[in-house]
Design a protein around this ligand. Sequence first.
Ligand code: PRE
Length: 293
Amino acid sequence: MIIAVLGPKGSYSEKAAMQWLAENGSEEGYILEYCDDIQDVFSSLATGSAKIGITPVENSIEGSVGVTLDMLFEHDVSIIAETVVAIEHCLLSRGRKKDIRIILSHPQGLAQCRQFLKDHFKGVELRTTGSTSHAAKLATEFEEMAAIASRESAQMYGLEVLVPSIQDREQNHTRFLIMIRSGDAAAGSQYPAENPAVKKGIYTGKTSMIVGLDRDRPGALYEILEEFACRKINLTRIESRPSKRALGDYVFYIDLEGHISDDIIKDAIYNIESKVGMLKMLGSYPMFKNNHL
Ligand SMILES: O=C(O)C(=O)C[C@]1(C(=O)O)C=C[C@@H](O)C=C1
């Protein structure tokens, strides 16, 4: 089983993969494929090179990972699970704090530490990289470079942790999606049906979809939401993204509590289909629940 994640080794995406495998009691029999960027994770699923792809979708400080949302729209993938990883960013370098001239990280890493950077490194050049672990790898080259990345990356690339826990809020969590190519039952059947947590009833279901209105008119979104509200279906998230067809034209990403096999969810979606221009189901899967978060 090949699992595509954002690389190189030491990324939070790798951590998400390990955590999800541990949650499912299946830490053996897989190979991680380290991709350069999130698009490549989706391409790897599309070509069949990987059976499973894992990408970040949302962070508690910085919000959505837009490229993952866009790829969900463009590619035929099904979400089979989600997992939430606690993110502790550290400032890593080979050199000393006072010598740092350039700080590297993934745009999400830089954004989650925006205030720290303003307070302590005003004027220092910030450079974006494909991932936090890629930043750590590059920071090994020069003493005046530092990376914002995980403690694990420091160990992996032989860097010092100059400042631990530098994100702008102590609580920092990123949610990751675990996906298969749509219709790839061979990969999907192992998860989550065999998921021990599902069997134990720890998880409840969650369903994700993308909805496009046929045209912009008063009450169009309300009519869709009404189908959920009247059935007491709880939405866990709704977000608009540009459809990319024209300025001001949007699609809506909706997550809700419940599984597509539940009758009320089926009914709501059946009714919505006749009211919208486009409806793309992204999957029903176990909702991540961790009481420690
Ligand atoms: O750069 C990494 O290590 C990633 O896995 C990507 C990513 C993201 O895109 O959100 C994952 C978790 C953190 O929020 C910061 C970066």
